[in-house]
Design a protein around this ligand. Structure first.
Ligand SMILES: NC(=O)c1ccc[n+]([C@@H]2O[C@H](COP(=O)([O-])OP(=O)(O)OC[C@H]3O[C@@H](n4cnc5c(N)ncnc54)[C@H](O)[C@@H]3O)[C@@H](O)[C@H]2O)c1
Length: 396
């Protein structure tokens, strides 16, 4: 066991409190970044009563003056830090969930792993596949666990579509499509419009390298679904560029340098191709999923041959207004009514893995394959050459 990483038994063994009463040891969560997703995906969900038997909010950190303190007060977090290094020194933190900008996930992930903390990465885990490989290797070396969002293959609809693809219900699958349009999205989020430390969160990093642009932030959802259903892709070719050169947040002009307009072709082998886009505007496919076209059946805009896909709990999912996200294993009660419940689910996947030794399918290897596709797409656009992919991931 290295650098303070706690074993399974540390969490499953009873502990004595000061009065000598027996209690179960709870997993301490450190929330890194109290921005849009740190608040809506982590703190709002993890402060609800139903999970307090398993976890406690040990610490929050954010370098923006006053933000961590304000978040700690609002969500009853034990300790607030402006420095990430201080949070990593906190022995009460067992798991960190990274809600910081994508461009610093690799560095922060590496530091956390080496400090013996288990890590939940908001998407994407890293910007390059080499960085992802390094984190996977270091996590093994330091005996800590990684869950890398987005857990699109936890969703019952995607599990069912994969089953249908394996069973031949699509016939011969010829092509597929997925992607997302950027639009004016993050600058208009409600949680950024205030003027207090918690409500004045600048989204400019979304428009800059490294880690900015719609691929890493939005296309990533649908591409996790597509590759989860069809398996890893083999080759990539693309065009990519910057359509909107300047954006604005609260009257401040920001020069953009991350591509916001990328059109990708994927080759899955056996003459099965896919079109994948991360565009400055517009959308061809529903967010977070894929259209799949086969000789016997097509899944298009949420319907298979024009009919809803049958999966266990579909009626409950539809009645919830949240779709099949409401069927995720930890998304019960209040969580079903709240935004960003899928992120809460991914964090709880890591909690279960650490506490009960239940490995999660929201794997770092799957995240790495999607990241390799993005990286290869940018390289293909720069060189005009088709790129061959090398990473694989375990299928369900
Ligand atoms: N906003 C969304 O709709 C959304 C949805 C799902 C996932 N995500 C993902 O969540 C992550 C964060 O996105 P966001 O929209 O919350 O960003 P954000 O800009 O709203 O918040 C990021 C926060 O991180 C803080 N930060 C900056 N440097 C830091 C450091 N060194 N250490 C700790 N904190 C630091 C910033 O001060 C800010 O408060 C990204 O991976 C993003 O892809 C965002």
């Amino acid at each position: 066991m290295m650098h303070g990483a706690k074993s399974k038994s540390d969490f499953s063994m009873p502990d004595l409190n000061l009065k000598g009463e027996i209690r179960m040891r709870k997993i301490g969560i450190g929330v890194v970044g109290a921005g849009s997703i740190g608040i809506r995906g982590a703190l709002m969900h993890l402060s609800l009563p139903d999970v307090q038997d398993r976890i406690h909010l040990a610490a929050v950190c954010d370098p923006a003056p006053g933000r961590a303190q304000a978040a700690a007060e609002r969500f009853h977090v034990d300790r607030a830090y402006e420095s990430y290094e201080e949070l990593l020194k906190d022995d009460g933190v067992d798991i960190v969930t990274l809600g910081s900008p994508i461009g610093i996930h690799y560095e922060q992930g590496l530091q956390a792993i080496r400090a013996g903390k288990h890590v939940h990465f908001n998407k994407t885990m890293t910007v390059t596949s080499e960085e992802a490989t390094h984190l996977i290797e270091e996590a093994k070396r330091f005996m800590v666990k990684i869950v890398a969002s987005p857990g699109q293959m936890l969703r019952p609809i995607h599990r069912r579509l994969r089953e249908m693809a394996i069973n031949g219900e699509f016939g011969v699958i010829a092509w597929a499509a997925t992607g997302a349009g950027f639009g004016a999205y993050h600058e208009n989020e409600k949680c950024r419009q205030g003027d207090d430390p918690l409500g004045n969160i600048n989204p400019a990093w979304y428009w800059k390298k490294p880690g900015g642009g719609p691929l890493y932030d939005m296309t990533v959802y649908g591409l996790h679904a597509l590759t989860g259903i069809l398996g890893p892709a083999k080759r990539v070719t693309s065009f990519s560029g910057l359509a909107i050169k300047e954006r604005e947040f609260k009257g401040e002009r920001v020069e953009c340098d991350a591509d916001d307009n990328t059109m990708i072709l994927l080759d899955f082998g056996n003459n099965l191709f896919a079109f994948v886009y991360g565009a400055a505007v517009g959308s061809l496919t529903p967010f977070g999923t894929a259209n799949i076209y086969g000789t016997e059946g097509s899944y298009s805009n949420g319907l298979f041959n024009g009919e809803p896909v049958q999966y266990p709990g579909r009626e409950i999912a539809e009645a919830s207004g949240r779709g099949d996200v409401a069927l995720l294993p930890h998304v019960k009660g209040e969580h079903q009514k709240m935004e960003e419940a899928h992120i809460f689910e991914d964090i709880m996947q890591l909690v279960d893995w650490v506490a009960k030794d239940i490995p999660s399918i929201v794997s770092a290897e799957h995240a790495r394959h999607v990241i390799e596709i993005f990286e290869a797409a940018y390289r293909s656009a720069q060189t005009g050459m088709t790129q061959t992919l090398s990473t694989l991931f375990p299928l369900l």
